[in-house]
Design a protein around this ligand. Structure first.
Ligand code: UD1
Length: 374
């Protein structure tokens, strides 16, 4: 009997659970020759940032949790590396798989590469061009440490080519499309209850999520954003899903009470609930990469509070707009939220993120590469 080939899949932060779930499921169901060991770095640890996604996406709990938790970039990244190295030595995988662009991604890629274990990067080749973004550093370094780079879009392929990484690059499509398609029937069933829970009417509210250091770590900017949301809240219902980092920064500013006036503050929601809230929103305000894309795929106009995006495809036909000055948020949002034509234009746009079979391609290429190593 041939020994199973071993692959270690390292996840740790909320978006990674979502984009990894279809690949994990595909490997478990259709690639039985691969023994998959899922390791959780512990970067995200609150139940609503971690546990809930394993349940909703119906994937097995990780075999191991390194419980590294929060800290500065160096503290967090090095803690993951230190705890992961003995884990890799113990399991002796033939491949280490890393999704996305978080500190967990970078830590796992560097640790594996230095142990001369090949690295497969899911969602490779994204570039915002903004090196001040921690994720941009993580993406670039991870791609250059990888043996296999799974690109979600043609733009990502072009980025990898331009950095001399053509030989390792595969255009697979985006595994988040696969994840979203799997849960859409549940969204269809749950969305009414979700809207009722928050007393919202479809197309009559704006959904907000913000967590990037560039928006929430600077008290002056955070105050300006809070004031803008407060003004917007006088014109249209606003629901703000508050990420733990943002909650902590607002508490530090003692701004919770002011934020509360006019807008609904809620804790981070599960995947089905979040998609339900995006799908029915008149407009989304965010700084998350994943939510820009989910809004695009659900045909909802998006305002992104950033100077750049790693998903330039979403900017087509103004489906997504980059806004930097918080003062202009209310006018920009009201302009797009009430624009029926814009919505129908977005509906007609082709989905550039793939056909929902990215995870099938990723698993197939991975198995072939693993067999060639043996
Ligand atoms: C991380 C990723 C980011 C991703 C985001 C999704 C990096 C550099 N950033 O940012 O790319 O978009 O996850 O959410 O890896 N906290 C909790 N409970 C938790 C997790 C975090 O309270 O379960 C708090 C802690 O105060 C922590 C802060 O949130 O210090 C930030 O968490 P961290 O994992 O460092 O970065 P995120 O902002 O979540």
């Amino acid at each position: 009997m041939v020994d199973k080939i071993r692959a270690l899949f390292v996840v740790g932060a909320r978006p990674q659970f979502i984009k990894s779930a279809p690949v994990i499921r595909e490997i478990i169901e259709n690639h039985r020759g691969i023994k998959l060991i899922v390791v959780h770095s512990g970067q995200h640890y609150d139940p609503e940032m971690s546990e809930i996604f394993f349940r909703e996406l119906q994937i097995p709990r990780p075999s191991l949790n390194l419980h590294t938790g929060s800290g500065s970039h160096a503290t967090q990244t090095s803690a993951i590396m230190k705890r992961l190295e003995p884990t890799i030595l113990r399991f002796k995988p033939q491949f280490v798989i890393v999704p996305g662009d978080t500190n967990t991604t970078l830590a796992a890629a560097v640790t594996a590469a230095k142990l001369e274990i090949p690295v497969a990067h899911i969602e490779a080749g994204l570039r915002s061009g903004d090196i001040h973004m921690p994720e941009e550093i993580n993406r670039r370094l991870t791609d250059h440490c990888s043996t296999l780079a799974f690109a979600p879009t043609k733009t990502a392929v072009a980025n990898l080519n331009s950095e001399g990484l053509r030989d390792r690059t595969y255009l697979t499509g985006d595994t988040m499309v696969d994840a979203m398609e799997t849960v859409l029937p549940y969204v269809q069933r749950r969305q009414g209850a979700v809207l009722e829970q928050f007393q919202l009417n479809s197309l009559r509210y704006v959904l907000v999520t913000l967590h990037r250091p560039s928006n929430v770590d600077d008290p002056t900017r955070l105050r300006a954003i809070r004031a803008a949301l407060h003004r917007l809240g006088k014109r249209i219902r606003v629901i703000f899903l508050v990420h733990p980092r943002t909650l902590e920064r607002l508490r530090r500013l003692r701004e919770m009470r002011q934020v509360h006036a006019g807008i609904i503050l809620a804790s981070p929601q599960g995947y089905v609930e979040t998609l339900s809230l995006i799908r029915n929103a008149a407009c989304v305000i965010t700084d998350s990469g994943g939510i820009q894309k989910e809004s695009f795929m659900l045909h909802v106009p998006c305002i992104t509070l950033r100077t750049s995006t790693e998903w330039p495809e979403t900017l087509r036909n103004h489906a997504n707009r980059l806004v930097t000055n918080p003062k202009t948020i209310p006018s920009k949002v009201l302009q797009v939220a009430l624009d029926e034509d814009l919505r129908s234009q977005i509906r007609r746009l082709k989905n550039p993120f793939g056909d929902g079979r990215a995870s099938v391609r990723v698993a197939r290429i991975l198995e072939r590469a693993l067999r060639n190593l043996n």
